[in-house]
Write a protein that binds this ligand. Sequence first.
Ligand code: SF4
Length: 239
Amino acid sequence: MSITSDETTRTHDAHGRLNEFYGVQAIYGRADPMHELIGTILSHRTTHANEVTAYRTMRERFPTWEAVRDAPLPDLIDAIRTANYPEVKAPYIQNLLAHLIRETGAANIDFLRDMSTTEAMQWLTNLPGIGPKTATLLLLFNFHKPVLPVDTHVHRVTQRLGLIGPNVSAEKAHAILLARLPPDAVVLFNFHKHFYWHGQRVCTWYNPKCSDCVLRDRCVYYQSGGQMKLSSTPMRKRV
Ligand code: SF4
């Protein structure tokens, strides 16, 4: 992967502006790594409120992880039905728990804290149904490892700004952006949070609020009048 100083400078510039706009945060996450792991699966294409309801209902009906693993599939699907795609997520969760308990003897991933970042990433992404987004969210939020989660919001905003190429996937963006940033968990947490918030609140999928955006003068998507073809974004008439 080649890194030009211009790309690094533009990445740092956008990061600095969003730090000023949103304010630098200390790292926070769910206290229980297993909650983060399963909650992240439930959260895929689901609002936060619906994810919380799905998780709470699942834990009320099946209070232990062994009970979740062994639940009749239709019952687990029903318990998490407020999350989108429950019929896909329920078997994912059961496979994951079965694998975890078989391999380690318990539904507990606290041992990741003592692994190197590379080892922990490898271990997590070898689990069934766990990709780089879930693995990096868990490792950064719960274990403060220096990784960079790139979800749909981070992907869209960095692509519109031209920090990554128009066809770069979210999976590839993890490594590209990470290579330009210091290996510091607090910096990476703020980069993730701020681009995530910006994508949710300002640089939205449809009708981005460019007139309110502190990044407008550096944004290639804005300068193109919304006419850039990006893998993360539908074509717009004019922004
Ligand atoms: S100027 Fe518009 S398209 Fe560019 S980052 Fe800001 S909100 Fe997004």
